[in-house]
Design a binder for this molecule. Structure first.
Ligand code: AMP
Length: 534
């Protein structure tokens, strides 16, 4: 067979050639809808690539983005990666210090920012060591005055100043195309580099019928942000098959999403459980119906059975997907079938979780015991879940020494505890790692604990996740006080409020005499989590 590399540029070139007039609808910052198509996105990506070339970027240089889901972000995905640079999507919900760390660690040379993040970037601009230009993703008339005062450039002016048509390089398919940091583990955020090959193979895999089931007749609305692991592959998968794209911008409230689904006739959407819980409540309150929606992918955190039941009642199929930043992200998918005889109203336990499903072709799974022995796939024995596959990271990007390589023996340690049935269906039953996942976003337990310990009365602190119907998980803090001290809960919470993002502040604090420890002195978080559940 021909040795034809799998490249990001080939995806958009294919879309422009074969699905050129297929529409891409974006909600832009002023709330209006912008309409374009794959041919135009291709043309404008080539203008952007010409701009990048004129700025003398070197092959493999990183280009950061702080953007919502819209057509400009899509053009940057293709212009940057296609031209041989690395598109580094940054999560704007992180604390500014983390954003500074990530930009500096990645050595981003350029930063593309949505107008809504201009203030955030202006505040930290002096600390961004490698950034040479900041380009604001808007037209000249929408440039915020602060951006002009800071000397930031205007995206539309950049595009207008460069010619279309670009000689896309024939890269090695194993070259880096994208970069995303996970703050999901302890310590500093860690970068995961995606290659052209891994991105293309992952996107092909998620198009399959029992995964996202995408094709020419699908209208896809990725609610999962494009700054989260390449929007679960949708910005690459949709153009591959010529699916219409609806990009919701920054308005992710249930009323706005509902309106987009119904007026733009969205047939498939994807996001974390928190988003769907709010949407389903809104639909109930407003007696709405979400026809034309046919299918929803739910992932990033466990999907409660009751959520799948509520979608099924609306005639919407559910795909429960599991993945990680390190797995591109989709590794497992469970196309939940409608129960033959649905349980009567109120019988379903809201805490029952659905299994995460079978591996996509290419991904393999195994379970390990604490002593590293391989455990049986019998659906009941639980162990550490490890995965491997062509879109699973083998190491981190310029990793800090202590985490130089989490891949062990050719397998990636997920930090999840799971069972696997004989026929391959995986259920995530707990988490070995200590991070807390709230509304699909990570909260670092270590950062919370350090913030708590910076209070003079706190001797020891442990932050753990408590199940939460709306957010999936919320942080709760266990605190051992220094003898003779008695700070108030409120006082301690406001101390934390000055040190971490507002949504990281724990929902509750339990003052305890001591914490459970392992022989090596680590707090046994599983015991604390169990205590909270009970
Ligand atoms: P991230 O790297 O932010 O994508 O987070 C990956 C982690 O999210 C996984 O290791 C799991 O702990 C959790 N996760 C993702 N999807 C699911 C799911 N469907 N069910 C349960 N946990 C999930």
């Amino acid at each position: 067979m021909m040795d034809q590399p799998l490249l990001i540029s080939s995806i958009i070139r294919h879309a422009a050639a074969c699905h050129g007039s297929t529409e891409i609808v974006s909600r832009i910052s002023d709330g209006s809808l912008h309409r374009t198509n794959y041919a135009e996105v291709y043309e404008r990506s080539s203008k952007l690539a010409n701009a990048l070339a004129s700025w003398r970027l070197q092959r493999g240089d990183r280009v950061g983005t702080l953007g919502w889901n819209d057509h400009r972000h899509l053009e940057i995905y293709y212009g940057v990666s296609g031209a041989g640079f690395v598109c580094h999507t940054i999560n704007p919900r992180l604390f500014p210090d983390q954003i500074v760390y990530i930009v500096n660690h990645a050595s981003d040379r350029l930063l593309f920012v949505d107008p809504s993040f201009v203030g955030l970037v202006a505040d930290v601009r002096q600390r961004l060591q490698s950034v040479e230009r900041v380009i604001v993703m808007c037209s000249a008339s929408a440039m915020p005055p602060e951006a002009i005062a800071e000397g930031f450039e205007c995206y539309e002016e950049v595009i207008a100043a460069h010619k279309s048509g670009f000689d896309w390089p024939r890269l090695d398919e194993n070259d880096a195309a994208g970069l995303c940091y996970t703050s999901g583990t302890t310590g500093d955020p860690k970068g995961v580099l995606y290659s052209h090959r891994s991105t293309a193979l992952h996107a092909l895999a998620v198009c399959a019928p029992d995964v996202f089931n995408l094709g020419e007749r699908t209208t896809v609305m990725p609610v999962v942000p494009m700054f989260h692991v390449n929007g679960w592959g949708l910005p690459h998968a949709a153009p591959m098959v010529g699916a219409r794209l609806v990009l919701p911008g920054q308005r992710l409230d249930p009323a706005s999403l509902y309106r987009l689904i119904t007026t733009e006739k969205v047939t498939f959407t994807a996001g974390v459980p928190t988003v769907w819980g709010s949407l389903l409540d809104w639909i109930d309150d407003n007696k709405g119906e979400i026809a034309p929606l046919e299918r929803v992918a739910i992932g990033g955190a466990a999907c409660p059975q009751i959520m799948a039941d509520r979608f099924h009642k609306q005639g919407v199929d559910v795909v429960h997907a599991w993945g990680m930043t390190e797995t591109s992200p989709v590794g497992l998918a469970n196309r939940c079938t409608v129960p033959a005889s649905p349980a009567p109203e109120g019988i379903m336990s809201p805490n029952r979780r659905l299994k995460q499903g079978k591996p996509l072709f290419g991904v393999e799974t195994r379970l390990l015991n604490d002593d590293d022995s391989v455990l049986p796939h019998d659906g009941t024995t639980s162990g550490r879940l490890q995965v491997r596959g062509p879109w699973v990271a083998s190491s981190y990007f310029n990793p800090p020494l202590e985490s130089a390589n989490r891949a062990n023996d050719g397998w990636f340690e997920t930090g999840d505890i799971a069972t696997i049935e004989a026929a391959g269906t995986v259920e995530i039953v707990d988490r070995a790692k200590d991070v807390i996942k709230s509304g699909g976003e990570w909260i670092s337990s270590v950062t919370l604990e350090n913030a708590a310990m910076s209070h003079p009365d706190v001797y020891e602190a442990a932050a753990v996740a408590r199940d939460d119907e709306r957010w999936g998980e919320r942080p709760v803090l266990f605190v051992v006080l220094r003898p003779g001290t008695a700070p108030s809960k409120e006082g301690l919470l406001s101390h934390l409020g000055t040190r971490v993002a507002r949504w990281w502040v724990p929902d509750d604090i339990h003052f305890v005499d001591d914490l459970p420890h392992t022989a090596t002195g680590k707090v046994v978080k599983a015991t604390l989590r169990r205590r909270l559940r009970q």
